[in-house]
Design a protein around this ligand. Structure first.
Ligand SMILES: C[S@@+](CC[C@H](N)C(=O)[O-])C[C@H]1O[C@@H](n2cnc3c(N)ncnc32)[C@H](O)[C@@H]1O
Length: 230
């Protein structure tokens, strides 16, 4: 029942929302889940279903797998997802998102490196400065139009990391969403299951796309709606 979600941000758990989306109906998903970094700086959903970015790692990976499987179902056969994540350190060793990406049915079309210069300056290792954006597809024939003439590394000056001061610390740069959308000029419906401050929705709206978003934290949901409608 996509109609009831079109051009809306719903304050609900993304799995609940995704479960109501028609199969093969979405052109593009651009999203960034919480990273399970062991704190609650950008989640902290306490009253309903608590989510504090501090799940048992195996539960977290199962959750990501469930979300990605639902994304696979709702995407059109020629649809794409851009899934932002990063290598993380857990129990002293590095975990790659490939640990769960390989368990999905998605084909990994390309891995983009985003040099966003994290502020983690712990001197026990080289400072981790990059995140990844995985371009995942259902059909290996799916292509994009490289209308921005870009390579697979995006510098922090091009995609400047932003926090919406005092509101959301993990917002996407608008330019990132603009660049991705401009390579899919025929896409009509854009989905973000982890809306946060609403950047994907905001840029999709500006670029005259239809959008659907889910966010389970009321504070961020309101923030995103405010950015879109005020
Ligand atoms: C990394 S942030 C997304 C930031 C976003 N790209 C932006 O530009 O602001 C991830 C968001 O997912 C939300 N979230 C976490 N678990 C969720 C769930 N089960 N369903 C929906 N949203 C969830 C968090 O509250 C957080 O705002």
């Amino acid at each position: 029942m996509n109609k009831i979600f079109l051009n809306k941000i719903k304050c609900i758990d993304c799995l609940k929302g995704l479960g109501k989306i028609d199969s093969n109906s979405i052109d593009l998903i651009i999203t960034s889940p919480p990273y399970n970094l062991g704190n609650d700086h950008h989640t902290g959903f306490k009253k309903h279903k608590p989510y504090e970015d501090n799940m048992k790692e195996s539960d977290y990976q199962d959750f990501q797998l469930q979300v990605l499987n639902e994304c696979f179902r709702v995407l059109k056969n020629n649809g794409s997802i851009f899934y932002n994540h990063k290598n993380r350190i857990k129990n002293g060793s590095q975990i790659s998102p490939y640990e769960w990406l390989f368990k999905t049915n998605f084909l990994i079309k390309q891995e983009l490196v985003w040099i966003n210069r994290s502020q983690n300056f712990h001197k026990i290792r080289f400072y981790p400065w990059t995140e990844r954006i995985y371009w995942l597809v259902k059909d290996r024939k799916t292509v994009l139009e490289n209308n921005i003439n870009h390579h697979d590394v995006f510098d922090w000056k091009e995609w400047r990391p932003v926090g919406i001061k005092g509101s959301h610390t993990r917002a996407f740069p608008e330019k990132m969403v603009e660049d991705i959308l401009s390579c899919f000029p025929k896409s009509k419906i854009v989905l973000d299951p982890f809306v946060g401050s609403g950047t994907t929705m905001l840029v999709a709206k500006r670029m005259k796309k239809k959008f659907i978003g889910f966010e389970n934290n009321k504070k961020y949901c309101n923030l995103a709606r405010k950015r879109l409608y005020e």
